[in-house]
Design a protein around this ligand. Sequence first.
Ligand code: GLU
Length: 479
Amino acid sequence: MAPKPRVRFAPSPTGELHVGNARTALFNWMFARHFGGEFILRIEDTDESRSALSYQLNLIDDLKWLGMDWDEGPQKEGAYGPYKQSQRLNIYEDHLQKLIATDKVYPCYCTEEELEEERQSLILSKRMPRYMGKCRNLSPDERKAREEQGRKHSYRFKVPHLTVEFDDLIRGAMKFEGEAIGDFIIVRSNGMPAYNFAVVIDDHLMAITHVIRGEDHLSNTALQIMLYRAFGFESPTFAHHCLILGKDRSKLSKRHGSVSVGEFRKQGILPEALINYLGLLGSSFTEGREVLSREEMIAAFSLERASKSGAIFDEEKLHWLNAIYIRNCENEDFIKRLFPFLQQAGYQPDKLDAQWLKNVIDTVKNDLIKLTDIGGHIRFFFDEQYELTDAAKEILATEGARKVVTTFGEYLAAAQGLPKDLYAGAIKYVKEKTGVKGKELFMPIRAALTGVVHGPELDRVFEVLGKEKAAKRLQQYNK
Ligand code: GLU
């Protein structure tokens, strides 16, 4: 039997967790869970100028919120740690020494300006910009001279002029020509390892079997395979999934709208909905099913099904799924999740009668798309927020409408009973007494009871408002 897969998600904590990266994490996580393997979280924080601890903490929090648990990584140390690259610098240094000893790298003294100049002149002469190897064959004396000038140096890998071929699990046979690739930096002049160098060492030492990541890393993979060979390591299997695109088919970015997990979280998208949506994007499940639980997605997951062409991010579809998950959310749990959103909307849910709040939420739940919608949907249940909109005023402006409303109030004033029966009785009474029915009957009552012209079923609204509140609201039309 093939060994259990070990996969990793290796984010750089340089910003909020983008949905594209969350999807990469999800593919790895589902792959690991599907095959009973291990999912490793590794923080790639060697770019000191761009990495921040706050991003790292956010990222960890977002992954937990999404329910993607890792078997090894920060807060879950395992046999292959540490899992933060900034804590592995000695490992990279040892590996650099190996490449120096086997003459596979060389120090490069070129400055930023010199490199830029070379780049521009290659572009001008219509050649592919790349490093042309200026420092590759410096003599020991030439090196010494540069050192004496106080120049700092990076280390570059001597790219062999060979063809790199590999079989991508999603894209099939891939081929890159070494000749087209310039000697690339593996250790920067500040001593920090470059991405391609650190990632190869880590993936090897952490016994990663499959590298699943976005297709934007395809050309990096060619470089990484060269490094695997230089070290004499066996390469993992690669799978490069398509990227998430905006509606204009360019890579999904801020200008398309919300793109980070944090933003969707703040808007009140449920993690189940986001996970379901991201799992759906760019791969299809059996029988065209679209609403799938984590367990169902794990069971159905296969990389072969992932599409090669870009997946277009459709926020409306995410909203559609979210509304479904809201509807299916068990009530107690749902109210708990709603608490911060209620507070944010200015309510004090802990000071309200729990049963009444539950009734209020039950009444509007099916109309919510995002949790942030809650404030607007429940306003009219609160006297201090009850207020007629212009549309409601317009409806109540006619003599007929007012008659409906006052007749409804008249019944309430005289009748006794449960709200449910009172409502049915009042409607019957108004019908009989005024002869009005349908829209002409219900709209004025809705407008007067809620101040707005759209909302949940009127009988439910009435039940939650209760006789007293309802009667008070109708009283003002008695004049
Ligand atoms: N730190 C890299 C990134 O965030 C990891 C890419 C990879 O999976 O190798 O893009």
